[in-house]
Design a protein around this ligand. Structure first.
Ligand code: FES
Length: 155
């Protein structure tokens, strides 16, 4: 899934990386002297795929290591998944261990994708933006026919 080298351990600081599993995005963190942590990449507040970029801290009350979402500073425990400053939110967390590679214990893709799958939430986010803008419907416009080859899109 991810190599230890994907996390910049040589600097001695906290490091993180985003990885894809099926259609789901995960954030993996390495906290020196504490270990590895894995969570969903999507912040549940505004469905932003961003937690990998959050600041990691230590909750003075519970002692739990948390990631603070860079968007609106909701703090999620890297072990419990609980939001430490807003009970309305929580994230999925997963067991991780390092054996040369970083191993994450995950449910089947078919179980996880319906919950945190990227395409599911990206589509909903796009729809919400359109509806917020006052549009009544979404029109999907295809590419000009000359950019198609044999009925398939060229990437
Ligand atoms: S999007 Fe993460 S706190 Fe708002």
């Amino acid at each position: 899934m991810a190599d230890v080298g994907d996390l910049s351990l040589s600097g001695g600081g906290i490091s993180s990386v985003a990885v894809k599993y099926g259609d789901s995005q995960l954030a993996i963190f390495h906290v020196p002297h504490k270990g590895y942590y894995a969570t969903q990449q999507m912040c549940p507040h505004k469905r932003a795929f961003i937690l990998e970029h959050g600041i990691v801290g230590d909750d003075p009350k519970s002692g739990e290591i948390y990631v603070s979402c860079p968007m609106h500073k909701k703090n999620f425990g890297l072990t419990s998944g609980n939001c430490l400053n807003d009970d309305a939110y929580s994230i999925l967390t997963f067991d991780v261990k390092e054996e040369g590679k970083i191993l994450v214990l995950l449910p089947d893709e078919s179980d996880l994708d319906p919950v945190i799958g990227t395409s599911r939430w990206m589509v909903r986010q796009a729809t919400a933006k359109v509806l917020d803008s006052g549009a009544q419907s979404v029109e999907i416009v295809g590419p000009p026919s000359e950019s198609c080859s044999g009925g398939k899109l060229e990437w």
